[in-house]
Design a protein around this ligand. Structure first.
Ligand SMILES: [Zn+2]
Ligand SMILES: [Zn+2]
Ligand SMILES: [Zn+2]
Length: 144
């Protein structure tokens, strides 16, 4: 299930959790650590609620991303993928395999020391985003 900070964000935005929206949120919280496209969310949500519409799923994901409940990133071919924002913690970064397309999460964040360094120079850093492209260990193994 999702925690307090998600509920607070929904409330702060006056966003009512209708049963359809709740299904979308449930799919996202049940798939923590995954990076789901709208189509994938739709596919899973349909099992819960067969009459849910793709347009509703799209709209709900977009709205929740705008409220910072979900984090939205472009990975492959301009397609957005969504994941639930971690409770009060810094977002993580991603490594994308150029071969199999798998998305890995990077928990180390060396950018914080860079941010600090830049703030000492007078900048006020608001956010950062980092994507690394690589060949993953599995793909490299196959090629050997
Ligand atoms: Zn790979
Ligand atoms: Zn992620
Ligand atoms: Zn970071």
């Amino acid at each position: 299930m999702y925690g307090k900070s998600v509920r607070e964000k929904l409330e702060a935005n006056n966003y009512k959790l209708t049963s359809q929206r709740a299904v979308v949120l449930d799919v996202m919280s049940a798939n923590r650590g995954q990076h789901l496209s709208a189509d994938e969310v739709f596919f899973i949500a349909k099992k819960e609620m067969p009459n849910i519409g793709i347009a509703t799923v799209y709209r709900t994901l977009e709205k929740m991303a705008a409220m910072d409940v979900l984090h939205k990133t472009v990975f492959d071919q301009g397609k957005y993928r969504y994941e639930l924002c971690d409770e009060n913690s810094h977002h993580h970064h991603h490594i994308i395999c150029l071969d199999c397309g798998a998305i890995f999460e990077v928990q180390e964040d060396l950018l914080h020391s860079l941010e600090q360094h830049l703030e000492e120079q007078g900048f006020k850093i608001v956010d950062h985003e980092l994507k690394l492209y690589a060949y993953c260990p599995n793909c490299l193994k196959v090629e050997e």
